[in-house]
Design a protein around this ligand. Sequence first.
Ligand SMILES: [Zn+2]
Length: 479
Amino acid sequence: MEYEAVIGLEVHAQLLTDSKAFCSCTTHFGDEPNTHTCPICQGMPGTLPVLNRKALEYTVRMAVACNCKISQQSRFARKNYYYPDLPKNYQISQYELPVAEGGIVEIETEEGSRKISLTRIHMEEDAGKLIHDENKPVSYVDLNRTGVPLIEIVSEPEIRTPEEAAEYLRSLRAILVYLGICDGNMQEGSFRCDANVSVRPRGETGLGVKTELKNMNSFRNVQRGLQYEIERQIEALKEGEKIVQETRLFDPSSGATAPMRSKEWAHDYRYFPDPDLLPLRVAPEMVEKIREELPELPAQKKKRFVEDFEIPAYDAGVLTAEPDLAAYFEETVRLFTEPKAVSNWIMTELMRELKGEETGISSCPVTPKQLADLLRSVKDGTISGKIAKTVFEEMYATGKDPAAIIEEKGLVQISDSEHLAELVRKALDDNPKEVEKLLAGKKKLMGFFVGQVMKATKGKANPKLVNEILSAEVAKRGG
Ligand SMILES: [Zn+2]
């Protein structure tokens, strides 16, 4: 029997507000534990939370970008549970009346684009953080994160493969980053994903028993975790076992998932409307204003790149994943109007150098103007494409202009035909056996001779010219 997976994702995105959701404490990350707290976010009795207007605006921005239906009236609810990092013993969230419902996120798959429906987007506050001592049986609690505003974006169970799940997360993250409402940093936990997954015989429409996966802190780990879990469930069903509804933890080192706790049900949380907070009315004027001010979103930008710059959809997808990168590409193309050449260079040489840089293109020491100058010097024949790679590495390491590096290192391409012809003849004379084979029809040896000339010139010979001269010379010798 063939099985298929049914995947629904719950994403928590931390909003980039300066202050917390219901008090004026700063949301700044990475400071000394418990330095950003007050009686409200510590959950002292008698305090009253007040909603951060910015947090609401950001939530509506996301809802508008995803074409959600924005509720005229929504409500905050208390989600009751006990945990040492939650002094109030409840989290302010939304339950039966979320800020937004419905909506879609478009993803690219191998079979073309697909629309994944959203169930809802709601607002909530984050809990604190436990820090476990590695040497002693002691845990500490840091409440700096307590009360930081989050939105939870819940998808319908329409995702079918781990690859689609990763693609959905990439799209969602890109939208949040473009909107400027979340930094999308998975390592720091400002973009987190839990996955609900079940399997069923292909063709069936009912849903199987699902498990919830946690602790997947990268796109790759989401894919790995889902892959493992899908295979585990299929194996179990084939063996005639029952799937248990539970929460499972992904272990990045083994790639496996293991039971964490039996799955809690909504009624376990005893949700009820938070009596400290008024019902939330979102003014239609506010929604309209946000709609008007919406920036160009990744999907639109990607479409525009394909149409205006005539680059493949794949390239456009990579280049528009981050708004800064897209801006870098556009500025370089403005200065050197060969989009495909610019795109190739950014996607190979530049991305290779950027690998491991957490801050991405913003830490790139090569300006769009310098990159445009480099590509121009290849086009006008000053240097070869191969040498350009060396020059680029040097530019990246030193921040110097390409012209200065070419000058300093004497890298100007040799396009003197007389000189190159001499080198070609020498290469042929020095390798009589290879010449014999070449003349006998082993055309592949052309590359060998071009290589000899390149070696003699330390890679500076104009490869196009060398090829032409070599062909002429070989023809002369009877090839
Ligand atoms: Zn506070």
